[in-house]
Design a protein around this ligand. Sequence first.
Ligand SMILES: NC(=O)C1=CN([C@@H]2O[C@H](COP(=O)(O)OP(=O)(O)OC[C@H]3O[C@@H](n4cnc5c(N)ncnc54)[C@H](OP(=O)(O)O)[C@@H]3O)[C@@H](O)[C@H]2O)C=CC1
Ligand SMILES: Nc1nc(=O)c2c([nH]1)NC[C@@H]1CN(c3ccc(C(=O)N[C@@H](CCC(=O)O)C(=O)O)cc3)C=[N+]21
Length: 294
Amino acid sequence: MSAHIIDGKAFAASVRSDVAKDVQSLKQKHGITPGLAVVIVGEDPASQVYVRNKVKQTSEVGMNGFHFEYPADTQEEEVLQKVHELNNDPAVNGILVQLPLPDHMNETAIIEAISPEKDVDGFHVVNSGLLATGGKGLVPCTPLGCYLMLKDHLGDLSGKKAIVVGRSNIVGKPMAQLLLDASCTVTIAHSRTKDLPAEVAQADIVVAAVGRPEMIKGDWIKQDATVIDVGINRIPAPERGQGKHRLVGDVEYATASENAGAITPVPGGVGPMTIACLLKNTVTATYRQNDIKK
Ligand SMILES: NC(=O)C1=CN([C@@H]2O[C@H](COP(=O)(O)OP(=O)(O)OC[C@H]3O[C@@H](n4cnc5c(N)ncnc54)[C@H](OP(=O)(O)O)[C@@H]3O)[C@@H](O)[C@H]2O)C=CC1
Ligand SMILES: Nc1nc(=O)c2c([nH]1)NC[C@@H]1CN(c3ccc(C(=O)N[C@@H](CCC(=O)O)C(=O)O)cc3)C=[N+]21
């Protein structure tokens, strides 16, 4: 059996269309245009596409976008200064500082400088704390996108066995938290996990967030499991011409599709949903900052 392909690109378009409606209503009823500020330091080539898509889609949904680029050798103090300025700017409802930051910067210090109400990435310790304790904060975009796709495809998730491979603060941990909140039985695997194939084989839901091209093999996947592939890996593709690359996920897609009930492709799966959820979080933040009920 060949798996159902979960179309993240189409789902993201529908999330953005809902966001655009909210933006319209905020403008018409309240005279507010949500604003998203993006701060980028240095030139990480993998981040460039992401940033381009963000800028384009921010204006497509009718929001204001503010874009700040700094060279890689900028002092941390200058970025902190900008974050403070954006915290105090009423036209800015959401702030995203693109990661990774150059090595000489303290990533944590910069993230914690963002006002939690404007932290549309959901990386601030206040927001991760709220997520961990069932509070109402802002949820990191990538896990939120994965969760929305799972809910849309499976409906009730309660009692399902889920495995999250990867335990980063930005993907793995918040993903596990969301699955736990949805009453899944959750395993979090990482580089020290003893028998990863055996752990994966038990799961009804597999979320792969490792950052290693196609490391989750297709024959590990339980029959009819739902597979969400967060990985975005650029690998050489000489078959497309000299120096060309292509994107692959963390899951061996062709073989996993034979076992899985449903699977997200790369590209066209989690990536577009991440950006859609960033816009969604910006609208959510705008409602809350202005004390408006949706
Ligand atoms: N689609 C999207 O919107 C986004 C995609 N990504 C992609 O998702 C992937 C993960 O990102 P991120 O969480 O930031 O990555 P990190 O590098 O921060 O974390 C990777 C995790 O994978 C674990 N890991 C590494 N090797 C193995 C292994 N052999 N077996 C099991 N676990 C392993 C690590 O374990 P340990 O903790 O033990 O070291 C770590 O917890 C990347 O491909 C990234 O590009 C990221 C953000 C957004
Ligand atoms: N503060 C911060 N927040 C982030 O959320 C964040 C970040 N920093 N740094 C980088 C990672 C990576 N990330 C992606 C989002 C969308 C796509 C995306 O749209 N991908 C398309 C493909 C794009 C292409 O063709 O290259 C897809 O998968 O279909 C990719 C990567 C967000 N990240």
